[in-house]
Design a protein around this ligand. Structure first.
Ligand code: LLP
Length: 381
């Protein structure tokens, strides 16, 4: 069990997020160590978490940002990230979001369709700007992850299908206010095996070779994010295998002389440093099972309800005998359940419980359903 400042928790109103900033710092150091090459550029996928303290640590580490909305571009700029390290993806960019990116001269728009490219050209031309773009290619790679978070299959809404790519590249190269920089890929999230990344490298190599024959080369390749974390063993594996991850690309991806390689990591950077802290309100004895009813619900952490995800549940204040519980929240929906048949030390009213590995896609996906308050956060610096 992680070393939580339980005495500090006792005085706080629950639920709240707890961030271990020391772990985040160590994680960032490992990333820097293994991506320390002039041609590697790591962007933080800010959709995973925009907590100000978390962002400040990531900014200090020198990472860029990957955004998927105008709001995220603003959040990144407000947090002090440099516009020339911001890339902007997303299938449905509104005009104002494109204008915002152009106004600030962001590094690159990751473009997902021909109609989007045409609108970027039109807006850039009106503004007297040149938009740097990368085309997001749907590489049709199976990431072997939950179907809700896989993105690189042909049937997916993301990216440009391989058959359409020639035509769009040709058009992009003719556009006066668009500068085609490269190709962008993202195959999915929570990928815990090497194979899909290897397959991605091979696809990128084949594409680059094909275009080189036609005399088309790219300044940059962006391989997206997706590296997973160990939700089952957060204490044994607090920092993902970044060494192995970056080595896979070093070993399997053929970059041209001087070509840049960009990464967009979200979950692997912030996932393990956050926990949702909640209190047991009631223990209800059903006819067949016991329910531990806690004061956090899917309003604070929606991943179990939305993706059937499991976050380890730890009772931080009980060392009683282990019993079987369904751990549920107070929201008026049956899906508001964090775990079924969890083996936990005797749960009592007032016990403090941690839902682990909640640093990514936790706080940021919180909602006010049932008129609940958005969760606050506390930190171990
Ligand atoms: N780049 C692009 C284009 C993406 O769509 C994503 C995530 C990332 C990078 C970062 O992926 P990561 O390194 O975090 O795997 N809410 C879901 C995850 C959605 C991921 C969406 N795209 C969850 O809680 O599991």
């Amino acid at each position: 069990m992680a070393n939580f400042p339980i005495a500090e928790f006792e005085n706080q109103r629950t639920p709240f997020y707890f961030y271990d900033i020391e772990l985040l710092r160590n994680t960032l150091n490992v990333i820097k160590e293994h991506s320390n090459r002039p041609d590697y550029h790591v962007h933080y996928a800010i959709k995973a978490n925009v907590n100000a303290v978390v962002l400040e640590e990531i900014r200090k580490a020198g990472l860029g940002v990957d955004c998927v909305s105008g709001g995220e571009v603003e959040a990144a700029l407000n947090a002090g990230f440099e516009a020339n390290k911001i890339v902007f993806a997303g299938v449905g960019k509104s005009d104002w979001e494109i204008e915002l990116g152009l106004e600030h001269d962001i590094a690159c728009f990751n473009v997902e369709s021909l109609p989007e490219l045409e609108i970027i050209q039109e807006i850039a031309s009106k503004m007297g700007k040149v938009a740097r773009v990368a085309l997001r290619v749907n590489p049709n790679v199976d990431a072997h992850t939950h179907h809700y978070i896989t993105t690189g299959l042909a049937e997916n809404k993301f990216g440009i299908n391989l058959e359409k790519l020639d035509e769009i590249i040709e058009k992009a190269m003719m556009m006066t206010n668009v500068e085609l920089q490269g190709l962008h890929f993202h195959i999915g999230s929570q990928i815990t095996i090497t194979e899909p990344f290897k397959v991605l490298c091979e696809k990128v190599n084949a594409l680059q070779a094909k275009y080189a024959e036609k005399g088309v080369t790219f300044k940059s390749i962006n391989v997206g994010g997706g590296l997973g974390i160990d939700y089952d063993n957060p204490d044994e594996n607090p920092i993902p295998d970044f060494k192995g991850y970056f080595e896979t690309f070093k070993n399997y991806l053929k970059l041209n002389e001087g070509q840049e390689l960009h990464f967009e990591l979200g979950r692997s950077i912030v996932g393990q440093c956050g926990s949702l802290i909640t209190r047991v309100l009631y223990v209800k004895e059903g006819t067949e099972k016991k329910f531990a009813i806690v004061d956090a619900g899917f309003t604070e952490l929606i991943r179990p309800a939305l993706y059937e995800a499991h976050h380890n549940i730890e009772n931080l204040t009980s060392d009683g005998e282990v019993e079987k519980y369904d751990v549920v929240g107070p929201i008026c929906e049956s899906s508001d359940c964090f775990g079924k048949e969890e083996m936990l030390p005797k749960m009592r009213r007032g016990d403090i419980v941690a839902l682990r590995s909640a640093g990514a896609y936790g706080e940021i996906m919180a909602s006010q359903y049932n008129c609940r308050k958005l969760p606050k956060s506390i930190y171990k610096m």
